[in-house]
Ligand binder design. Structure first.
Ligand code: MTE
Ligand code: MO
Length: 310
């Protein structure tokens, strides 16, 4: 501990310098100008620095092949009802592109094949859902840090938002989601249960507040009737953590639709709902106030904590 700056030093305006010193040469993040610039003086910065010091380089436990759960329970959306997603799935995601944009110098999009060619990380980790179940799975994917470095974050960028394909609450226009009635080409969803997101059990640990079948919820009506898709956000500490990856393989096979194909976030050391499935777009933002109800994620908007570290 002798090389760590004193607690007092951290709680003063010297926070940014102290954090950079601690991260030192071990972590390229600490040398990044844009990253240091996100460290401002004041309460906010102190919290941020504490997060850096306490958790930045702590790895979640990794397990052995023998520990892998025979069944990785899918939860929340298991088959997105959205027409655009279904079309992609039908074509085995050959036309899928991940979009990376927002507060970056160099926005880009990559196909699944292109993502698979990038350097990958594999990790066997335990997933913990707030519903009280856990499962151990093996994940292979692209480190989010690599994608963010490629996009070159602007100094204002503070959070990374994951926009997902699955509609949770339907607007009056049905959000482009497929229904049994309109004869969607892919009949993987049984008739009468056209939108599993509306009728299945909860994703985060309690029933969705709107169990009203095909009717738009009061909330979506009030917000102009546009469909609400799952989304999540994390800060730069979690975004640049070495175990934060966008996984395309689970247990050495292509990720199944039920677990988030073609691409899902693994943000180890966080509860299940932070692990966005069906990721279509990654957006770097300064604030998430303008998204959804402004709490930073679908479940956060229903009252769950934004920071879900475990
Ligand atoms: N797009 C999307 N991502 C999601 C969800 C969801 O409903 N939609 N559910 C979340 C919850 S609550 C959990 S526990 C995990 C479940 O991942 P799994 O289906 O692979 O078990 O995904 C999370 N990510
Ligand atoms: Mo969950």
């Amino acid at each position: 501990m002798s090389r760590l700056p004193s607690r007092r030093a951290l709680l003063t305006g010297a926070s940014a310098a102290a954090a950079a010193a601690v991260l030192g040469g071990c972590d390229r993040l600490g040398n990044a100008e844009w990253f240091r610039r996100t460290l401002k003086t004041g309460e906010d910065a102190n919290l941020f620095v504490q997060r850096l010091l306490l958790t930045d380089r702590t790895l979640a436990p990794e397990y052995a092949e023998a520990d892998i759960s025979p069944w990785f329970k899918p939860n929340g959306t298991e088959d997105p009802p959205d027409r655009d997603y279904k079309a992609l799935a039908k074509g085995r995601f050959a036309k899928y592109h991940l979009q990376v944009d927002g507060l970056v110098e160099a926005p880009f999009r990559l196909s699944l094949a292109e993502l698979r060619k990038l350097p990958a990380r594999t990790q066997i980790t335990r997933h913990d859902c707030v519903e009280g179940w856990s499962a151990i799975g093996k994940w292979t994917g692209v480190p989010l840090a690599d994608l963010l470095k490629r996009a070159k974050l602007k100094p204002e960028g503070r959070y990374v938002v994951f926009h997902c394909a699955d509609t949770m609450d339907q607007g009056e226009d049905n959000g482009g989601a497929d229904t049994a009635e309109d004869g969607g080409s892919d009949e993987t969803i049984p008739a009468g249960n056209a939108n599993p997101a509306m009728t299945k059990q909860s994703g985060g640990g309690e029933s969705r507040k709107d169990s009203g079948g095909q009717q738009a919820s009061d909330d979506t009506a009030a917000s102009g009737g546009s469909p609400v898709r799952y989304y999540e956000s994390i800060d730069l500490v979690d975004a640049f953590h070495p175990q934060t990856i966008l996984a395309y393989d689970m247990n050495d096979k292509a990720l199944p639709v039920s677990n988030g194909a073609p691409l899902r976030l693994r943000v180890e050391r966080n509860l299940g709902y932070k692990h966005a499935k069906y990721v279509m777009r990654i957006e770097v933002v300064e604030s998430f106030a303008h998204l959804g109800d402004g709490k930073g994620g679908y479940w956060e908007d229903q009252g769950y904590a934004w920071y879900a570290g475990i």
